[in-house]
Design a binder for this molecule. Structure first.
Ligand SMILES: [Zn+2]
Length: 272
């Protein structure tokens, strides 16, 4: 428990990700220290052949390290083996084949690029208005949900990581209808919304997504919530967890989802 909340972190990275800065064991030690019930590793798996780290992820190594950690932390911590898929529509078939051959407990779909271009980079913003740029990003997220391949939408509004420093504060109002359609698709397909606290560490000034869109999710009837810090090092594990859990509860999202073998269960978030 953390501050009276059932405590999980389902967006966690280790050296099994190209940008990880901790071992699986170190992340688990930290998880026990701060009182997490469950930790869900979500290592990066990329598919774009032009990406220099495309071949970094090693499924067998990951599985071995998870198994070792499960033995060591047995009875102290639930350890889930997930993946964060970089989603781009043009390699959707590759993702499908990969997931058939490589079982995980849960799959996060994250949009970092659209058509090979990093979202909100110079190249991305060329020839596009800001509103078009956001709309295209949200459309890509919608496509990831429609693919039927993912359990969780990762860091919705990640576009703001680059957009806020260069364009200033984010106004979500032009995207309300598009986000509502996205949420309806997610609810229909049983895909979870993640509250990811990395935005608070990345100078964006809000969680991914922002509070307005957490509220809208609940208003649309969504109740399938994942909580994650996007920690790449132990110091960030479950970072701002109480804040994220409080935001959820404030808007009526009183349960948090956990996954095993792609099967979802929910846990009461507060005061169990
Ligand atoms: Zn990501």
């Amino acid at each position: 428990m953390i501050d009276g909340f059932y405590a999980v972190d389902f967006q966690v990275h280790s050296f099994c990700s190209h940008d990880g800065k901790a071992s699986i064991r170190d992340q688990c030690l930290r998880a026990v220290e701060i009182g997490l019930e469950e930790i869900g590793f979500s290592e990066h798996k990329d598919f774009d052949p032009a990406d220099p780290v495309v071949d970094y992820f090693d499924y067998e190594r990951y599985r071995r390290e998870i198994e070792k950690a499960r033995e060591e932390f047995s009875g102290a911590l639930m350890i889930r083996m997930g993946v964060e898929i970089d989603y781009q529509r043009w390699f959707e078939d590759k993702i499908a084949v990969y997931l058939q051959q490589h079982p995980f407990d849960f799959v996060i779909g994250s949009v970092h690029y659209v058509d090979r271009v990093p979202i909100m980079s110079d190249a991305y913003l060329r020839d596009r208005s800001v509103v078009e740029a956001y709309r295209l990003y949200f459309q890509a997220v919608h496509d990831s949900v429609r693919s039927g391949l993912i359990d969780i939408v990762g860091h919705l509004e990640y576009a703001n990581r680059r957009a806020v420093p260069r364009l200033g504060p984010y106004d979500p109002s032009p995207y309300r209808d598009q986000i509502m359609m996205l949420y309806e698709e997610m609810i229909r397909r049983g895909v979870a919304l993640e509250i990811n606290t990395a935005g608070l560490r990345q100078g964006v000034g809000h969680t991914y997504p922002c509070e307005e869109h957490i509220r809208l999710y609940a208003e649309c009837g969504g109740r399938n919530l994942s909580l994650g810090s996007d920690s790449h090092r132990p110091e960030d594990l479950a970072d701002s967890y109480s804040l994220a859990a409080s935001l959820a509860v404030k808007h009526g999202l009183t349960e948090v989802s956990v996954w095993e073998n792609r099967v979802r269960r929910s846990r009461t978030l507060q005061g169990a």
